[in-house]
Design a protein around this ligand. Sequence first.
Ligand SMILES: Nc1ncnc2c1ncn2[C@@H]1O[C@H](COP(=O)(O)OP(=O)(O)OP(=O)(O)O)[C@@H](O)[C@H]1O
Ligand SMILES: [Mg+2]
Length: 514
Amino acid sequence: MKDTISPPPLLRMTGISKSFPGVRALETVDFEVGQAEIHAFLGENGAGKSTLLKILSGAQAPDAGAIEFDGKQVAFSSPHDAQAAGIVTIYQEFTLAPDMTVAGNVFIGREPGSKLFVSRSNMEEQTSELSRRIGLERSPRALVRDLSVAEQQMVEIARALSMKSRLIVMDEPTSALSRAEVEKLFDIIRSLKREGIATIFVTHRLEEVFEIADRYTVLRDGRFVGSGYVRETSLDKIIRLMVGRELGLLAAREASFATAEPALAAARITRRRKSSDASAIELHDVSFTVHKGEVLGVAGLVGAGRTETARAIFGADTFDSGSVFIDGREARIRSPRDAIRLGIGLVPEDRKQQALFLALAIRTNISIAAQDRISAFRHFISGKKEEALVEEYRKLLNIRMASPDQLVGNLSGGNQQKVVLARWLALRPKVLIVDEPTRGIDVGAKVEVHNLLFEMAKAGIAVIVISSELPEILALADRIVTMREGRVTGEIMRAGADQEKLMTLMTVGLERAA
Ligand SMILES: Nc1ncnc2c1ncn2[C@@H]1O[C@H](COP(=O)(O)OP(=O)(O)OP(=O)(O)O)[C@@H](O)[C@H]1O
Ligand SMILES: [Mg+2]
């Protein structure tokens, strides 16, 4: 399966092994990347991708194995070592300092006083230039905490670009980006290639492999299972390597479980920008209804206000005017606690920051909302039932863990996502809002997540799906609402929708779309 690159490779990792308590994350893995090559690094959640990349970047030490970079044997004992050798890594979990500016983050570790001193005006100038290159429309002085997930990721990319590097390593760089942003990123990666810089990137969106990568490597269960030239393989072959079996591709479902009975209605939700919060996205008269058993898709580009709308409904953010109706009655939702009591669940987009208790066990993370003060759901918990609940969702979502008592913080990125999903699915709310439900989730588990959402709709739950992946929206939704710049711009039944129509509604809006 393995083919060696004929000129000496830029990177050659051989026999890399790494174990954690109860988990053999990597077992004698070989991995090669050619000069100026764009390399897709693939595998299911928990396969060991991030672990290998952490070893490559000096963040973790391997138990065994060797690394050769640019013809030389290397051993990195810190990310700083790897950077000095010309390898820059952008992690799956953001490592930005939220209370610093964009420029401060791009030049972190190279501020006044450090050896690589750059003056503030110079820093800001360079940051502006980098931001322009990648299309980040933010002032270098903006605080990172005011940025969206997509924008924060772009700051990470700017930071990597600002360091002289032969190899840029990106762990799921596209998962938080919109289609337009992905295209921008790919343009950047291609231009890096022309400058002789190689890129390794991890993705669960396999179509991206064929769009941009020269070669690929697949891990399964911590082992190398194959690598080769992308032009000599196919999507099916890659999926088979990843999961070790055939897998049905995502198909639009046949049945709809939508009823005519409204479950939740948002009526003219409006939120104006506060002067203290210049970067907030405004909402203008956002109205829509979702019915029992219906899956409502919400499509829009980054900045359209989809997440903000979800957070407003859920009581996580305040709004200035407008109402939320549940079962036809106006609901007073002042906090997520109110929303949960009324039967609304929200699986947030930024799960790591908003949803997980990283220092608590998986079991607690899954059952915590059910334990939490909601007497109606109390029967879900305590002792054996908790055990059973955790086991049910572990199986259903194929969560890869050593035991339910393992800390969530030690799970792979995709498996952390599954834990958050499990928590809310276990609550069986009346209305479930899922924001980018399959972001970072591997191709096999994605099918499972979709099936679960259908199951919930079938059980009469109203499901609102926010997704930047139009194929996902088209596969899941009965009806789709599009948003742009804080406004609803259109509404279309799935049967009459395709990617092009959605794109038009998302970018132009109803007025001119007809
Ligand atoms: N610090 C740690 N302590 C314990 N186990 C860990 C630790 N880091 C990783 N693991 C385990 O090692 C395995 C590989 O994890 P890794 O994060 O490398 O997977 P991945 O391929 O990046 O998955 P994903 O696609 O979900 O990001 C997983 O079973 C994970 O739980
Ligand atoms: Mg990972």
